[in-house]
Design a protein around this ligand. Structure first.
Ligand code: AMP
Length: 291
């Protein structure tokens, strides 16, 4: 049975569980704080800190994991990103104190600036590539307060909405890494002798990709007047055009049409279908979309 390392707390943990649930892999744990759980019938899960997941996977304690790409990059371990789950989006940035209109920059930092970060490996790599000498000030969190405390001239930290930086009078001056939650595993070549394991990981990747693809899409069903079907086809391009099904019975001048529609187009599409005389319009969520 394949073992998956999953984040044990926070928003990332909730979003990961929900994506797995949509993929048909519900977590069956003895309690909310259990460290291990069954995941569908195919996997078992271990719940650990997001930062530790790359190590667990790289060392083979888990066969695959889901965590932020920033954690993978910071670990320095060689792992393959198999699926971008498109949540947990953030950027690791360099930020310095100063009002936005003063256009602060890395150049304004002077010689050997002190940089507070809980991402020492990525910060070091970034400044080395820039051929800039810095003094790293390791912190385990809340790097944004370090300049106020006078212990750093700049920070390297994660930014999502940017409000934490703003509140602390810091301005972003460079991006180190773009991150989001990823399904990761050891590089394919290292699993060459374990084809069943690789197949199971590939199946999981396919299932999670189908969940990502389904997000932002809706399934729309409607009864359309037969004579309006060409106009309806234009309104509902769908993935490979709408499915059109005969409706038997009294109202045989109607046909049923089914199509996948982008969520942001649902409002307009429903109005246009109504105008074409469609009835019984039904819009539902899609959990998975396998092309
Ligand atoms: P924000 O104010 O939305 O820019 O969020 C910044 C704060 O949230 C910082 O303290 C970050 O360390 C933390 N943060 C934002 N996004 C993430 C993420 N995807 N993973 C972990 N921490 C994050």
């Amino acid at each position: 049975m394949l073992k998956l390392a999953l984040p044990n707390k926070g928003r990332l943990s909730e979003d990961v569980r929900s994506a797995l649930f949509d993929a048909g892999l519900g977590v069956r744990a003895s309690s909310d704080r259990a460290l291990v759980a069954a995941l569908g019938d195919e996997f078992s899960a271990i719940f650990v800190r997001a930062e530790d997941i790359p190590e667990f996977v790289a060392d083979g304690a888990a066969d695959a994991g889901i965590t932020g790409w920033d954690c993978v990059e910071e670990s320095g371990r060689e792992l393959e990103s198999l699926v971008d789950l498109e949540f947990g989006r953030c950027r690791l940035v360099v930020a310095v104190p100063g009002p936005k209109d003063a256009a602060p920059s890395l150049d304004g930092l002077g010689a050997r600036p002190r940089v507070a970060t809980s991402f020492p490996r990525l910060a070091e790599r970034f400044f080395r590539a820039q051929q800039r000498e810095v003094v790293l000030v390791p912190v385990s969190g809340a790097a944004e307060v370090a300049p106020h405390l006078g212990i750093a001239d700049a920070i390297v930290d994660l930014v999502s909405s940017g409000s934490t930086l703003r509140v602390n009078g810091l301005v972003e001056v460079a991006t180190v890494v773009e991150s989001s939650a990823r399904l990761v595993a050891r590089p394919r070549a290292t699993l060459a002798k374990e084809p069943e394991k690789q197949d199971a990981i590939d199946e999981l990747a396919l299932a999670l990709s189908s969940v990502v693809r389904a997000r932002g899409q809706r399934y729309l069903m409607a009864n359309a007047p037969r004579e309006a079907i060409e106009a309806v086809r234009e309104v509902l391009p769908g993935i490979s055009g709408p499915t059109v099904i005969d409706v038997r019975g009294a109202e045989s001048d109607l046909v049923a049409v089914h199509a996948v529609v982008a969520q942001k187009q649902v409002y307009r599409t429903v109005s246009r279908l109504k105008a074409l005389g469609c009835q019984g319009i039904l819009v539902t969520r899609i959990e998975r979309l396998v092309p």
